[in-house]
Design a protein around this ligand. Structure first.
Ligand code: B1M
Length: 221
């Protein structure tokens, strides 16, 4: 199979949620030397975007979205070690979660993989994480950055609830707060008092490094 045929296959088979075929194609891609990033950004993510568009139009329903999401997660499991390959020392600790009420985790997991690839030690609290669990995680792991993902307009307000909980626990100033997820904007992040927002995984990594460097410089100044 050519690279283009594999990429097209990945797109088409993710769209119909054919998990086993997606895995075969990922492996075929690796065999012919297709980079994991190309499979991700040129096929798998665009396919999920089309799944979302079909859901919005009423052509797809939750089950279709679910099997497409599962197919993508299976592919990510295979690509994860390749995307996160790093010999670097830990540059900082990142505590990540999807907010309470929200089960979406593909985007969060992708951000985690890229952060690990950049040398961060990532602790993932999972999905539907209530503020109390975040606070317990901060106390236990003492992260440099606390990241929150929300993928629904109805769960975005949990950013504010989490930030309030950090404030109430006296922990707000000890961590950098970063937020993200498909419906989130810079304006929204500013409004809830987050320190940073990123629209995608690569930007999240860049901003995490910049914020950490700035904070460390301020501490040593
Ligand atoms: Co849902 N879903 N879903 N869904 N789902 C969306 C998000 C939606 C946009 C679809 C649509 O209408 N077009 C829509 C939300 C609309 C809105 O509120 N604005 C939606 C809906 C409505 C729902 C339900 C309410 C459907 C229902 O039940 N009626 C329901 C909610 C359940 C709940 O959470 N309580 C639901 C359920 C599901 C499934 C379980 C079936 C499944 C999730 C599977 C899973 O995650 N394990 C699912 C899926 C697969 C999707 C779509 C199709 C794909 C999401 C995805 O993985 N995208 C999605 C449509 C879409 O996004 N176009 C949709 C790929 C991923 C790589 O991108 O998630 O944006 P993304 O992550 C990016 C960035 O956002 C960013 O980096 C990531 C990588 O580049 N980022 C960060 C993420 N977190 C970050 C954190 C950061 C920084 C950057 O710092 C900390």
């Amino acid at each position: 199979m050519t690279e283009d045929e594999i990429l097209k296959g990945l797109y088409d088979e993710t769209l119909v949620g054919n998990g086993p075929r997606v895995l075969e194609l990922v492996r075929a891609g690796l065999d012919v030397g297709l980079g994991p990033e190309r499979m991700l950004f040129d096929a798998l993510i665009p396919s999920l975007e089309e799944v979302g568009a079909r859901f919005e139009r009423g052509d797809y329903f939750v089950p279709e979205m679910l099997i497409a999401g599962r197919a993508m997660s299976g592919a990510l499991d295979v690509l994860r070690p390749l995307l996160a390959e790093t010999g670097a020392q830990s540059v900082g600790t990142f505590l990540m979660s999807t907010v309470k009420g929200d089960v979406h985790d593909i985007g969060k997991n992708l951000v985690n993989i890229m952060l690990e690839g950049a040398g961060f030690h990532v602790i993932d609290l999972g999905v539907q994480v209530p503020p109390e669990k975040v606070i317990a995680g901060v106390l236990e792991h003492k992260p440099d950055i606390v990241g929150f993902s929300a993928f629904l307009t109805t769960t975005m307000p949990m950013f504010k609830a989490n930030i309030n909980a950090l404030q109430k626990a006296g922990l707000r100033d000890s961590v950098i707060v970063m937020v993200g997820g498909a419906p989130v904007t810079q304006e929204y992040a500013d409004a809830v008092g987050a320190d940073s927002y990123a629209a995608d995984a690569a930007t999240a990594v860049r901003k995490a490094k910049e914020l950490l460097a700035a904070r460390r410089a301020a501490v040593t100044a």
